[in-house]
Design a protein around this ligand. Structure first.
Ligand code: NAI
Ligand code: 15L
Length: 268
């Protein structure tokens, strides 16, 4: 049966807030978790991924988990280790112990961030391109994908790892014209990842059907994802303001963009 009760970790964050609005329309009953309390959501679980007991209790009884919680930008390795690496391990271990069958893991394009972006008629980047993390942050997403594969092979716990591009209400840079995922398409993709059968561990890119797309959405479409949006209507204005991507600029050379040169730093 399709999952109904879904634990959403990182529910207070940007993507969590967007998905809290959109996913209930697909019939999900969301259980929310975050380090921070969420205004207007008194039932949300306030817990740190470091707290094994709290995480085990949080996953008890849910049909599936959408795992968004963690550090979402670059940070010193020790912080990434605790939140993203140990934290994701705690979540998987809790899910195994409690018999949860599927996790949708928010991976990132930064797991493959040093991959040169396609130019001209170059083919789209395939999902099985070698991982080339561009930050400790990207490295933690690479670890998360391996962890997911391991829990599938060893314990039969399924995961869809979504290498999200940029999921924000609108694209705000020329790079985002290629990697943007509209919130509505984000909800479509999460729904497909929760309901497709026999996913084992499947890795997909997460973006809209952008005219300037850099990567292959084949594995996402194979789950039933049918993106409806395209960043192209934003192109003229963004290019007028920022100019085209500069072939000589290293910050424009790879999928990860400025994360390969001057990554934004986690402020907490
Ligand atoms: P965000 O930084 O807005 O939200 C992350 C949330 O996780 C925050 O509310 C934070 O309080 C919570 N959190 C951090 N450490 C925690 C811990 N130890 N225990 C419990 N909760 C903790 O990030 P955003 O943009 O919402 O991203 C969500 C997820 O998707 C992240 O894992 C991020 O790496 C991933 N992602 C997001 C992309 C995007 O375009 N928004 C692109 C690629 C990946
Ligand atoms: C990410 O992984 C970040 O979490 C998000 O804040 C964006 O910066 C996104 O990548 C991106 O590549 O634009």
């Amino acid at each position: 049966p399709a999952p109904r009760t879904v634990l959403l970790t990182g529910a207070a964050g940007g993507l969590g807030t967007l998905m809290r609005d959109l996913l209930p329309d697909y019939g999900y009953d969301l259980r929310l978790l975050d380090l921070r309390p969420i205004e207007g959501e008194p039932d949300a679980i306030v817990a740190d991924l470091a707290d094994k007991d709290a995480i085990r209790e949080a996953v008890r009884g849910v049909d599936a988990i959408i795992h968004l919680a963690g550090i979402s930008l670059e940070a010193p390795f020790e912080k990434i280790l605790k939140a993203n690496i140990e934290g994701t391990y705690h979540l998987y271990e809790a899910a195994r112990e409690e018999g949860v069958r599927r996790i949708v893991f928010a991976s990132s394009n930064h797991a493959v961030g040093y991959t040169p972006r396609p130019r001209g008629d170059d083919p789209l980047i395939p999902i099985d391109t070698p991982r080339r993390p561009d930050t400790f942050y990207g490295l933690s997403k690479s670890f998360g994908e391996d962890l997911a594969q391991f829990y599938w092979d060893k314990h039969g716990l399924e995961t869809v790892s979504v290498r999200i591009g940029s999921c924000f209400p609108e694209p705000t840079s020329v790079r985002m014209l290629s990697v943007w995922m509209s919130p509505a398409d984000g909800a479509r993709l999460l729904h497909a990842a929760l309901t497709a059968e026999n996913v084992g561990h499947t890795v997909v890119y997460g973006s809209s059907a952008n005219t300037r797309l850099w990567w292959d959405l084949g594995t996402a479409r194979a789950l039933g994802y049918d993106p409806r949006d395209d960043s192209e209507p934003y192109a003229e204005k963004l290019i007028a303001e920022q100019g085209e991507l500069d072939p000589e600029n290293p910050a424009h050379a790879c999928l990860g963009g400025h994360f390969t040169t001057e990554p934004p730093i986690w402020p907490y």
